[in-house]
Design a protein around this ligand. Sequence first.
Ligand code: ZN
Length: 486
Amino acid sequence: MPLLAWQPKSGGGHLGPSLRHLCLVFLVGLSACRTAAVKPTSSAEEPGTLRYNVTFVRDPGPGLDVEVVLGRYAPREFLFTMPGRVDTVRAYSASGQVRELPVQEKGVSLPADTRFLRYHYALGASRRGRWWSFSGGLGQGEDWLLAGRSWLIRPRVARPDIQVEFSLQGVDAQLPWERGPGGIYRITAEDLVDSGVHGLGGRRCQAQLTDAVLDVAIVGKLSHVDDAQVCEWLRQTAEEVKKVRRNFPHPRVTIVVYPVPHTDDANVFGTVMWSSPPSVALLVGQDTTLPALSADWVALHEMLHLTHPAILPRTAWISEGLATYLTEVARARSGKQSPERSWHELLRGFQLGRRQAQGRTTQEMIDEDAPPGIYWVGAYLALRIDVELRRATGNARGLEDVLELLATQGSTATVDSYGAAVDAVAGRPVFRTLLQEELRRPAFAGLEGLLEELGVTPSPSGVKLHPARDSLLRDALDGQNAGSAQ
Ligand SMILES: [Zn+2]
């Protein structure tokens, strides 16, 4: 599921009129006809396998022709993880019968004798749904940013033992997966549940870290920033991630950068999609500058989402709270900004959250689950947990140790397994106690007391840091000598 790095801001979060195209709606009813047997482009190798043959087409407009060849024992129930863009699929039987099947909200059931299916996915922004779902993709010509869950049909029960061979022809594509010999991606049906952020066309650059590589697709033109500068900006951002984790969380991550026309905003939108490995979409203003990109938070925020498992079901106070809090921790540790500035940013956000809360409890804010308050309630709880961990361990361990532990437990977590990891690092149960205390009182009620203990005093000229009962803990959070990178 996507994690939105969205905050309401003037000028942000909307696209210019040139990106809005009418969507094509195919109103084709259920029908069947018999033709001479049509052969699929390429067959599946094994009886239980699915073979996806995808072709980028230019006429009548840009789109993707998708063919899925079903092995003899492959599933017959299919759906789109994010439905709404494809109205019909054609099912072809071995004897040559062709059936047009409407795609319902719950998907489509293929007749038992179906040998392969075909459908067309028209590219072009849709007026249906929220634009940041990327339905229809963002782009023009041959350069597109796409969400796989919108355009790729997949088995309803996406078992990891269903092998999938996947090829995409007609355009250079960047997908989250590594391409194998012959241009074939070998994945499983499970990989199709959220198949991530896809880049078609555009240009490529690569950012090398000591322990990872970022493959970057830039789909569109930036007026003032060249491709090498984009990759260097992302490399430096990825280095900041390593201020809160010992290693970059994945050996290879893909990022699609989409330059949004008619704006110089460095941060229009960013999101992580939980493909395997995760993939990132960054929407930046076409006319932005390198200093503006470097000063902005969204790329770091999205990459920090890679440091924690996907929390299921989605629990924004944990995932967004971690990314929001760690953004300021990482920037202080990297020297990108002073610790005073990081505390200033945190306090500014906590005030935003407090204004949204209007005296309501933390539990009510979590139930409301609305940005930007949920980000800052989550960041405040992350700070509280981090401080509590350091108090419990004589300042030896903190939140980053929780992330290291969770990373050994798989790519997903629950609130309970997150809490168990916090308790394991603390060496005693602190998670539920802290949570119960916070949930029932007004959001941020304990902020002033906590700041006093940490030696953080806001003043009109900025934040002052000074010795206090827990200022050594604070140094461990925000100091340039702190963190697992040491
Ligand atoms: Zn986020």
